[in-house]
Design a binder for this molecule. Structure first.
Ligand code: IVH
Length: 694
């Protein structure tokens, strides 16, 4: 190898790594709705990749992320919010490719773009809505397709869900419209709806959406238009395409669309200079906080359609338009202290305690520092002033410190970069901050862990909290505070102790009278009916989540059979990899766990599953049942399964055909009113369980 190629080699490798990283980031953003990179990071990496590809033309690859836009095509994953039967939507080729926009972040970049346009050009300024793009096809005035962007060439037809958006017309009754036209725009979940949805999900212990964009995306791919309608999507339209369309400018076309009844923003403005554009940006950077939907920038478009045509397109973006992204809200504040939290599984997480600071409407005083490697990578110490950012995520993050130059240390006590780096180990504990046991770092993991599972207080309490939680044994009344009280009194040391609690033990606690004690005991008694799959989840075996536990319980229908399974056998179960299998085997190899399991069995817990699937009875045969509200004995999904197992049908909305409503707490007022009007019976969950158990 000559000297040149040796120098080039790391850059070629960097190029390949960047392609992989950007492809993965696209997948996580568009398909999983779990962004991993900020827009800025993404753009920086994309620019670097473009530069490297220009440097090494022999490495051209048409599949590179620089050559195509990210894809949101439904790949048929089995996620809860997606169709259960694989690909759920018809995939349709776009009439015109759906491209992305180049991003800019400063006046200089906007000036660079304007310089390449014809002189005296008119520029339309619009808000950049932060949702999902949608392409609506109208044939003879009729909405016939609603396609997501997909991979830019073809998208998923989500028309049934789009029809739930009140501002999108299903039919335009006019004589002056072309036979075919397409309108593109953005589907959004308004802030208010997003917050209500997350509140509801929190109550039902479902994972929260990180931002309205993710919520809108998850919603648009749902298989149940009634649920989509309930969530309340909105759309803004910003681009009309087709043949023989009226108007010579983009602005005129949007005004025409408005007259035809489409939802077009009022914030559109025609500008004639960069100064005017910057004034628009300055106004909306503040004013956008009062809008009902999320925006993340503005879009600049050449107004004249002939000029647009002449400017044309690159492989991924039009040359006649560009986005300007608003900077993420960021604040400098003092990192007062780093504390360490020990979780249920013993992982020690560093937490930044900050001088309180106002950020995107909320007061921020704590932020996770994830693990030791994260602290090292940012090189931060208590006493530093750090940048806190609130991007699309719920939890604010620390993105750097003030003055990161080695010659100007900000850490106080250390006077050189080396000193600062050496400092990490000085304040990251080597022993558990809760029980003093030396911490271990498992190979291949970034986390430090306290191995004292049976003796470390937050691990003991965390395991009990997990055991009683709603999706596990669902023991009402036994919350975090009560567990803490009973633990400190020496009455609770492990999950089996729960079944030895006596009324007088609980009633003797501060703030707990006989009535709450009886409630807790009732909850404990009811938990003995919790099915085997959930008991397995409740045990808290590392990495065995709710869904995995259910899958395991289907294959191993009793604890006895599971106990003797080898790691190899366990790996044959869908979703169970070597790590999970090892964790299960290790759990059953620990004598202390076997003792606990024996006590749970003696207490009467379900340690065996139902052998056969299919209908268990026909007690509900021919009945249409609506489920509404929240429940204490079973989750909604379990009630749905119970209805089906007993021959009934679960339906979404109340009509005169509804047999009865299984009504939990906080039932929706609309459903209640409709039921009353139609004289339909509301049945409590206890009454329902009595019927199916009789
Ligand atoms: S125009 C060919 N206008 O931003 C250009 N896009 O980052 C078509 N977006 O894919 C897009 N607001 O989903 C346009 N006023 C607006 C927009 C907008 C939001 C989205 C759109 C696009 C993405 C590019």
């Amino acid at each position: 190898m000559d000297l040149f190629s040796q120098i080039e080699e790391p850059e070629r490798e960097e190029l390949l790594n960047l392609r992989k990283e950007l492809e993965e980031a696209n997948y996580k953003y568009y398909v999983l709705n779990m962004p991993t990179l900020s827009d800025r990071e993404f753009d920086e990496k994309m620019h670097r990749l473009q530069a490297l590809e220009a440097q090494f033309p022999d490495m051209f690859d048409p599949k590179s992320p620089t050559q195509h836009v990210g894809s949101d095509l439904d790949k048929g994953q089995r996620t809860k919010d997606k169709g259960q039967n694989g690909k759920a939507f018809e995939q349709v080729k776009h009439k015109y490719p759906m491209l992305s926009l180049a991003n800019s972040y400063s006046r200089e970049e906007i000036e660079d773009w304007v310089r390449k346009l014809p002189s005296g050009v008119e520029i339309v300024c619009e808000l950049k809505y932060d949702g999902l793009s949608i392409s609506l096809w109208y044939e003879h005035g009729q909405l016939v397709r609603a396609l997501t962007r997909g991979d830019g060439q073809q998208g998923d037809d989500v028309i049934a869900n789009i029809k739930t958006i009140p501002s999108i017309p299903w039919k335009i009754e006019r004589s002056d419209i072309p036979d075919f036209f397409e309108l593109r725009g953005e589907v959004l979940l308004p802030w208010e709806r997003f917050e209500a949805l997350n509140k509801e999900r929190e109550e039902q212990e479902e994972p929260l959406f990180a931002n309205p964009r993710n919520a809108a995306s998850g919603t648009l791919k749902l298989q149940d238009p009634r649920e989509v309608a309930r969530r309340g999507l909105e759309a803004y339209l910003y681009y009309m395409l087709g043949e023989n369309l009226p108007g010579k400018t983009h602005y005129e076309r949007l005004q025409t669309a408005k007259q035809w009844g489409f939802h077009i923003s009022d914030a559109i403005k025609v500008s004639h200079s960069v100064d005017e554009v910057m004034a628009y940006i300055a106004y909306w950077d503040t004013e956008r906080k009062n809008l009902p939907v999320a925006t993340d920038g503005i879009v600049l478009k050449v107004n004249d359609l002939r000029e647009q045509e002449e400017l044309g397109y690159t492989a991924k973006t039009p040359r006649w338009a560009i986005a300007y992204k608003f900077p993420a809200e960021k604040q400098l504040t003092l990192l007062k202290e780093i504390t360490f939290q020990v979780g249920r599984t013993g992982v020690v997480t560093p937490v930044a305690n900050l001088e309180p600071v106002q950020l995107s409407g909320t007061m921020v005083q704590r932020a996770t520092l994830h693990n030791e490697d994260f602290i090292r990578s940012l090189d931060i110490r208590p006493g530093d002033r750090v940048w806190v950012e609130k991007g699309g995520e719920i939890i604010p993050k620390i993105v750097g410190r003030e003055n990161p130059s080695p010659s100007l240390p900000a850490g106080g006590e250390c006077s050189s970069l080396e000193g600062r780096l050496g400092g990490v180990s000085r304040f990251f504990p080597t022993t558990c901050p809760e029980c003093g046991t030396p911490l271990v770092r498992v190979e291949g993991e970034a986390a430090w862990r306290c191995p004292n599972e049976a003796g470390c207080p937050p691990q003991i309490k965390g395991k009990i909290e997990h055991f009683v939680s709603r999706k596990a044994m669902n023991i009402d009344g036994l919350g975090e505070e009560t567990i803490d009280l009973l633990y400190r009194q020496g009455l609770l040391h492990n999950i089996a102790d729960i079944y030895d609690l006596r009324l007088e033990d609980i009633a003797a606690q501060e703030r707990l009278g006989e009535k709450s004690a009886q409630n807790i005991l009732d909850g404990i008694e009811a938990s003995k009916n919790v099915p085997w799959g959930r008991v397995l989840f409740a045990l808290g075996i590392r990495m065995v989540g709710e869904t995995t536990a259910k899958k395991i319980a289907k294959c191993y229908t009793s604890i006895d059979s599971l106990q003797w399974a080898t790691a190899e056998q366990l790996c044959a179960i869908e979703d169970v990899g070597p790590q999970i299998a090892e964790n299960i085997v290790a759990y059953f190899n620990d004598m202390r766990n076997l003792e606990i399991l024996e006590r749970l069995r003696r207490a009467g817990l379900q340690m065996e599953g139902e052998a056969a699937e299919g209908p268990q009875s026909d007690k509900l045969a021919g009945q249409s049942i609506v489920i509404s509200g929240t429940f204490s004995h079973h989750s909604r999904d379990e009630y749905k399964a119970l209805i089906e197992a007993h021959g009934g049908k679960n339906v979404g909305s109340v009509s005169k055909k509804t047999s009865f409503i299984l009504a939990g707490e906080n039932m929706g007022p609309e459903k209640r009113k409709k039921a009353e009007d139609l004289g339909i019976r509301l049945m409590t969950e206890d009454e329902f369980l009595e019927i199916i158990q009789s």
